[in-house]
Design a protein around this ligand. Structure first.
Ligand SMILES: Nc1ncnc2c1ncn2[C@@H]1O[C@H](COP(=O)(O)OP(=O)(O)OP(=O)(O)O)[C@@H](O)[C@H]1O
Ligand SMILES: [Mg+2]
Length: 211
């Protein structure tokens, strides 16, 4: 995030040697400098990504997107993680899982299995669950999902930005509460609840009845 809201103390906190591992620019000493460098890098990647129609449903593209988002700052840009996290699948399964996700999403589009927004949301849930990268997963999975939405003729998602109060009855928690037993929510991966929080900021027209 741009750090107009960032706590000044936090912005000037020096990075520890451990946090500097794989950090490319030698001038970066503090969290504020790091945030700004990452933000610049990501803006550049976003401009590149939205400059023309992209096919997001391609493992090489997803990798290239992560690389472009972080390549000026981190040595791990565009590289799959090799170690386990408290979220995400076995590191050795990342490649095959991405391939399967891409294939399934293509099939959902071809057979019009769900609305465009729901296809994009399901893609997001899958990508979150795979957690392919050592870091930057959230930023990459949100951008990739936005690109898929745009590829499918929809707007970008709002990702938790302010929701107007009169939209409250379409709040995902409410949709979740009304979902019948065996309803769509029970068929989603376990991280759907987390995903529901991410959906909070969607425009009413984009809100999904899946959670
Ligand atoms: N308990 C959880 N359940 C589901 N998803 C999670 C959970 N914890 C983390 N995540 C996912 O991992 C992302 C954070 O991973 P990572 O630090 O690699 O990404 P980031 O881009 O640096 O962070 P952020 O999303 O905060 O900008 C979250 O955005 C979310 O997608
Ligand atoms: Mg992170």
């Amino acid at each position: 995030m741009i750090d107009i809201f960032e706590d000044q103390d936090d912005a000037s906190t020096p990075l520890t040697p451990d946090e500097k591992k794989d950090l490319l620019p030698t001038y970066i000493m503090t969290r504020g400098e790091l945030n700004r460098a990452e933000q610049r890098n990501i803006f550049k990647a976003e401009r590149w990504a939205f400059a023309r129609r992209r096919n997001v449903l391609d493992e090489d593209f997803l990798r290239d997107l992560h690389r472009r988002m972080f390549n000026e700052v981190w040595g791990w840009a565009g590289k799959f993680r090799l170690t386990e996290r408290n979220i995400g699948i076995d590191a050795l399964q990342i490649g095959p899982a991405l391939r399967m996700m891409v294939g399934d999403t293509k099939a959902q589009i071809e057979f019009k299995s769900y609305s465009a927004d729901e296809i994009a949301a399901r893609f997001h849930v899958r990508l979150v669950a795979i957690h392919p990268w050592p870091n930057g997963n959230g930023r990459h999975d949100r951008l990739a999902t936005d690109l898929l939405a745009v590829q499918l003729g929809r707007d970008r998602f709002a990702w938790g930005r302010a929701v107007r109060s009169h939209d409250a009855e379409r709040h995902p928690q409410e949709l979740h509460r009304r979902d019948p037993p065996g309803g769509i929510r029970s068929r989603l991966p376990a991280d759907a609840r987390f995903h529901a929080r991410r959906q909070r900021g969607l425009k009413a027209s984009q809100r999904l009845a899946i959670i």
